[in-house]
Design a protein around this ligand. Structure first.
Ligand SMILES: Nc1ncnc2c1ncn2[C@@H]1O[C@H](COP(=O)(O)OP(=O)(O)O)[C@@H](O)[C@H]1O
Ligand SMILES: [Mg+2]
Length: 375
């Protein structure tokens, strides 16, 4: 059990690539933290600096109260699981699990106890006698996790542990990791490029881009109040819609105007914008597909769109629409309430009308890309 602290951490590789710029984060004891972002944004580099597998170019990493910058990986009380399981092929699952314990000169009795416990937690007891090549991908990944569990580390590091598994197994292992976390109850740092994994696993998630932290928050916070365009677009699937619009202020009240319609903002938004000193300006309006209201007829304040693609997902339709300004909009429409006539209307080239409630609208500055309310 331990907290992990990163203060002004920077990584410059030998080839002068600055992979991580100024990383600041306090991970609480027993917290499950996820680093998420596109490939190359510096997730693995940051984790490897915590593990001691990469030198820290600048800044401080602490595990508990101890500065570990110059502490050997084996003395940091951490265990790491990688995407490629890196099992020893020639020895049994049992010996794979026991390996690090034997290096530590632990008694046979204690080794046996820990191996059996870990195998039980992961449901691999019946495979202990097998060699890794006689296991499926999912079973091998469990052994890799087991090797970390037996060490009973203060901090568990996992770098894309599910990326080599197929979609179905990945979903299953994701829920197993949630259960595992409850059973081993220690500090976790988990790296993934997959926003669904980040949202479902993290107590808090750290969204990264180009070596910078874009936002740190609970899954609900980053979903509800993305601080910038990047986070807004990265978290959520299908992606948030972005439309060119204008923020206007009349008689002290703000509203959003686009494509000939004007939508007044709510009281909370009005207060926040006034407090931030925002005036009339161009904006990028962000609205999630599931928050976009679909109308089959033109009403006051609705925006006319043309249907381009209709994706049938079973329980819902994903409609790809285009506005008169060529803005692209995706909306999600539950199929259960649609009449036959309505379904027939949802074909290529048909008209559809959309509108937004004030509370689902996110307002971004086109230049700074910051959220005008929360950024
Ligand atoms: N050993 C290395 N030497 C030089 N550059 C590296 C090395 N490892 C990673 N990088 C670069 O650092 C950046 C971050 O990489 P990485 O931390 O692996 O990203 P992620 O895990 O988010 O995909 C990338 O631009 C990558 O090319
Ligand atoms: Mg990586």
């Amino acid at each position: 059990m331990a907290s992990v602290t990163l203060e002004h951490v920077k990584k410059i590789y030998d080839n002068k690539v600055e992979a991580v710029h100024d990383f600041n984060l306090e991970i609480k004891d027993k917290e499950f933290i996820v680093f998420v972002g596109p490939s190359g944004c510096g997730k693995s580099t940051t984790m490897r600096m915590v593990a001691g597998l990469e030198d820290i170019s600048e800044g401080i990493v602490k595990i508990g109260d101890r500065v570990v910058n110059d502490v050997e990986p084996k003395d940091r009380d951490i265990a790491m699981v990688f995407q490629n399981y890196a099992l020893y092929p020639h020895i049994s699952v049992y010996e794979n699990l026991a390996f690090s314990l034997r290096l530590r000169k632990m008694s046979n009795e204690e080794v046996h106890k820990r191996v059996c416990e870990a195998a039980e937690i992961l449901g691999i007891t019946e495979y202990l006698g097998r060699k890794p090549k006689a296991l499926s991908g999912g079973q091998r990944q469990r052994v890799a996790i087991g090797r970390a569990i037996v060490r009973d580390p203060a901090v568990f590091l996992m770098d894309e542990p599910l990326s080599n598994l197929d979609a179905k197994l990945r979903n299953q292992m994701r829920s197993e990791i949630i259960l595992l976390r409850k059973r081993v109850d220690t500090t976790f740092i988990y790296v993934t490029h997959d926003q669904t994994e980040a949202m479902t696993l993290g107590d808090r998630i750290v969204v990264m881009k180009d070596g910078w932290i874009m936002q740190v928050g609970t899954p609900q916070e980053v979903f509800d109040t993305p601080h910038n365009l990047f986070v807004a677009g990265f978290i959520g699937s299908p992606q948030m819609n972005f439309l060119k619009a204008n923020l206007i202020k009349n008689d002290g009240k703000y509203s959003v105007s686009l494509l000939g319609v004007t939508i007044p903002l709510n009281e909370e938004q009005n207060d926040a914008l006034a407090k931030n000193g925002v005036t009339t300006q161009e904006i990028i309006l962000g609205v999630r597909p599931e928050h976009t209201t679909a109308l089959f007829e033109n009403q006051d304040n609705s925006i006319e769109c043309t249907i381009q693609v209709n994706e049938m997902m079973g329980s819902e339709l994903h409609l790809h629409l285009i506005t008169k300004n060529d803005d692209k909009i995706i909306l999600r429409l539950p199929t259960i309430d649609l009449s036959k006539e309505q379904r027939a209307q949802l074909s290529y080239g048909s008209k559809m009308y959309i509108t937004f409630k004030a509370k689902v609208m996110h307002l971004f500055d086109p230049k700074t890309e910051k959220n005008l309310i929360y950024g």
